[in-house]
Write a protein that binds this ligand. Structure first.
Ligand SMILES: Nc1ncnc2c1ncn2[C@@H]1O[C@H](COP(=O)(O)OP(=O)(O)OP(=O)(O)O)[C@@H](O)[C@H]1O
Ligand SMILES: [Mg+2]
Length: 519
């Protein structure tokens, strides 16, 4: 049974997997020689048909990570025979390089890789895409690790030795699990009637997804990187993560890394001893120490200089900090949340302006906040929320925004996102003379949208052509659905496309027809 090399004329299919050879334990086992597909001795025939669940779907994209050549070839062969779309790499480093450029449904990795183990790789993969299926191949000796790995986000594991069918079984089961999880999440978001989440306001599907993610993540200690354009609510989210965590009784301290020169930022973060530099008279504790038991929020972390990035990385790796001017190292006990309005991933991989290792430390869980123009359903809700808030604060009797004015607010592109909307509403409330804010009260750039008529909206030239087309398509569909009060069949008829096509599009844009029922 234990015929790891899969050779030697035992009658076993040559697809019996080899044990990983030459990693110290046990005698070095020979990897199977590469088997060309045409090898008549290789009994498994190409699988007749893809599993039923995949009918009509593209084949799963699999990335095999295995430093043992024989095993890598074997896995590649298994997946090709099953018509999976497979790539293989020999190291975790290369896997990550490839993974951030291309998208994969599944990563199959040996637990023991040179340079990093399967768990390290899992963390890196999950930092790029939380939904990727990761399957670890492990020897019996590492079984306890495999159990822990599952808790850390690994989808499943395969115990060596195994054969091709066992491999397919685990991968298909993992993919089915992912599909069901996604469906479940979509359904949950659809029936989720929340319009607020702590201090966050919003009822669009992307916001509901975000609420769910924040809920899932806040229970953990994982470092979170919140990315999004300016004014999308990144700081609110950081606070929400804190309030919902075990650390809620502890402090929430924030620092804006862009606002301070390097030396000041360093002494703010790490503190100093008397005499550390001219003017340092008394000991000062840094934010890492002061935030003990709580959360430290590093805003605009993408603006840190290379030297500061290195210091922050060291602190995170060692889990301790040292005050400037000496002193004993102090253990860190903070949960870190960082925010950026730059595309840090792009800077890490394309431009190299931000350290990759630090990026992975910070983005253990990445959260992306969509810009307001991608969740226009939230605009009326947010506008009304700010109206009430500022009317109360200013003790004014402004009660509502007229329907026409609200429609125009929904058309506008909001380059400054929620902050811009809030500032505008505050100004409108302050200047309002009556109970209702109408079209005439709006600033010219928004009022002007009325003359463009129908679906035409100011083009947002900061977008790529592809994004702009998608932006238009989304708005067209939303507007149409608004007109037909969420009736998809009628909307499809009016757009002169068939219903399944229309339905596919609204799913793509995560538009919820029901949200147009009443308005
Ligand atoms: N979903 C929301 N619900 C209610 N208020 C919001 C929401 N999002 C943002 N805001 C408000 O908009 C303003 C900007 O939010 P915040 O400071 O969190 O944005 P940010 O993403 O950190 O922006 P920047 O990148 O410019 O620092 C704040 O006044 C905040 O209260
Ligand atoms: Mg901010």
């Amino acid at each position: 049974m234990n015929n790891p090399s899969g050779q030697g004329g035992s009658g076993e299919p040559s697809f019996a997997a080899p044990l990983s050879p030459g990693r110290g334990a046990g005698p070095a086992l020979e990897a199977p020689p590469a088997k060309p597909k045409s090898d008549p001795a290789a009994p498994p025939q190409p699988e007749p048909a893809p599993p039923e669940a995949r009918a009509g779907q593209p084949p799963p994209r699999v990335l095999v990570v295995e430093d043992d050549e024989g095993m890598r070839h074997f896995l590649g062969e298994c997946f090709s025979r099953r018509s999976y779309d497979v790539d293989s790499v020999p190291s975790g480093e290369e896997a990550i390089e490839r993974f951030r450029r291309l998208s994969y449904d599944v990563v199959v990795t040996d637990y023991r890789l040179t340079g990093m183990n399967g768990l390290d790789l899992t963390r890196l993969v999950k930092a790029v895409d939380l939904d990727t299926v990761v399957v670890i191949i492990t020897a019996f000796a590492d079984l306890s690790v495999a159990d822990r790995a599952i808790q850390e986000g690994v989808t499943d594991y395969i115990l060596k030795p195994f054969n091709a069918n066992q491999l397919y079984f685990v991968i298909e089961r993992s993919l089915r699990f992912r599909r069901l999880t996604r469906e479940h999440r979509d359904l949950k978001s659809l029936v989720d009637t929340r319009t607020t989440f702590g201090s966050l306001v919003g009822c669009s599907l992307p916001m509901k997804d975000l609420y769910n993610l924040v809920e899932r993540v806040s229970a953990s200690e994982a470092t979170v990187l919140v990315a999004g354009e300016s004014g999308t609510g990144k700081e609110l989210i950081a606070r929400e993560l804190h309030t919902r965590s075990r650390r809620k009784e502890g402090p929430f301290l924030a620092i804006n890394c862009a606002a301070l020169p390097e030396t000041l930022l360093e002494s703010e973060l790490f503190g100093y001893e008397p005499g550390a530099f001219t003017g340092a008279e008394k000991r000062k504790l840094g934010l890492f120490e002061r935030a003990r038991g709580g959360t430290l929020f590093l805003d605009e972390v993408g603006e840190m200089t290379a030297a500061m990035q290195a210091k922050l990385l060291r602190a995170l790796q060692e889990r301790e900090v040292q005050r400037l001017g000496g002193g004993e190292p102090v253990k860190i006990d903070v949960r870190l949340v960082a925010a950026t309005n730059r595309d840090l991933k792009e800077e890490v991989f394309a431009k190299g302006g931000f350290r990759k290792d630090l990026y992975y430390r910070l983005a253990v869980v990445p959260i992306t906040v969509p810009p307001l123009r991608e969740r226009r359903e939230d605009i009326p809700l947010l506008a009304s929320h700010f109206l009430q808030h500022h009317a109360r604060r200013n003790q004014k009797e402004v009660a509502e925004i007229s329907v026409d004015a609200m429609v125009l607010l929904s058309y506008y592109a909001w380059p400054g996102n929620v902050r811009e909307l809030e500032n505008l509403v505050e100004r409108l409330v302050t200047l309002a003379r009556g109970r209702v804010i109408g079209v005439d009260d709006l600033p010219e750039e928004i009022r002007g949208l009325a003359h463009k008529g129908g679906a035409a909206v100011e083009a947002d030239v900061s977008l790529s052509l592809k994004e702009a087309k998608q932006d238009f398509e989304r708005r067209y569909m939303e507007q149409l659905l608004r007109r037909v009060r969420g009736n998809v069949s009628e909307a499809a008829r009016s757009a002169q496309v068939d219903r399944p096509y229309f339905y596919k599009k609204i799913k793509k844009y995560r538009i919820e027809p029901d949200s147009f029922r009443n308005g």
